[in-house]
Design a protein around this ligand. Sequence first.
Ligand code: ATP
Length: 296
Amino acid sequence: MLKVAEVTKYYGDFLAVDNLSFEVKEGEIFGLLGANGAGKTTTFRMIMSLLEPDHGEITLDGKKIDYDTMEKVGFLTEERSLLTKMTVEEQILYYGRLKGMAEDVILKRLDELLERFGIWSYKKRKIKELSKGNQQKIQFISAIINEPKLLILDEPFTGLDPINVKKFKEEIFRLKEKGCMIIFSSHQMEHIEQFCEKLVLLVKGKVVLSGYLKDIKKEYQKMNIFIQGGVSKEELEKVPGVLKVVQVADEKQVKIQDESVIGDVFKVVKKYDTRKFVVEEASLNEIFIEKVGEVL
Ligand code: ATP
C-alpha cells in the first residue's frame, strides 16, 4: 500500500501542499486532481522521492519512500525525459538496468510491449526519428518495463490519438489486474471517471474533496435530466427543486437538487409528447468546476 500521511511542502514561504493524506491499495487506480498550480506535480515529486516533504511521511508497503524503493516505481511525468539520440532498445535497456533488471528479462518484456503497441519495427530506430505519439509509447514502456508495484501517470494521454489512448488504457487495466497501484492525473475528467475508483481534489495545495468516486457522487446529490419533447423551459423552471434548465439544440438539460425531484419533473413532462427522458448522476466535470469555483 502507498500511504501519504499528513504531507506538507513549502517552496520558501510558499505553501504548495498542505497536510495531504491518502492511501492507494494494491490494484487500485487513484486520481490526483486539481486545477493548474494545485500541487499535483509537487506531490508526484515527493512520491518519486525527488523532493522531501517538510512534514509528514510517504511510505510504500510500510517502508519510507527513498531511492531504493524507486526500483518498484514507474512513472510517466509531464516532463517527458527521453534520451533522443539512443535507439528504442538502448533506451529501454538503460531504464531497465536502472531498475535492477537483467538484460535478457528487459529484452523479452520489451519485445512483448513493442508488439502490443504495434511498434515492433521501431526497436532499432533512434528515438528522435519517432513521431510524438510513438515517443510517448516508448516513455510509457520505460515506465512499465519493470512491472512496477506503483505507477505514476501524469497526464498520460496528452498527444495520443483515440486508438492509442485505448491501447494505453488496456495496458493500465492489465497492470491493475496484476495488483499494481496506479496514481493518475488528468485535466480530462472523463478519463478520471472511467478509471479511478478513488480520488483527491486539490485546490491551492489543500484537499477540497476526497474519497471513493461513487460516494462523492452520492454526496453531491445533484443530478441531470435530459429531455426531448414538447415541454417548455419555463414550465420546467417552475418545478420546485429544479436548479437550472439549459436548452442545447432540441434537448433540455435540467439540473435538479436531488433525486426526490425526478417524479415532479416527470409529472410535468408527461403532459406532452416526449421522445427522451434520461436521468443521470452529475458528471465529475460539474463537481470539479463547482468545488474548485467555491475556493478560488
Ligand atoms: P499544473 O496542473 O499546472 O501542472 P500542479 O498541480 O502540478 O499544476 P505544482 O507544479 O505542484 O502544481 O505547483 C504548485 C504550486 O507551487 C504552484 O503555485 C507553483 O507555482 C509552485 N511551485 C512549483 N514548483 C516551484 C518551485 N520550484 N519554486 C517555487 N514555487 C514552485
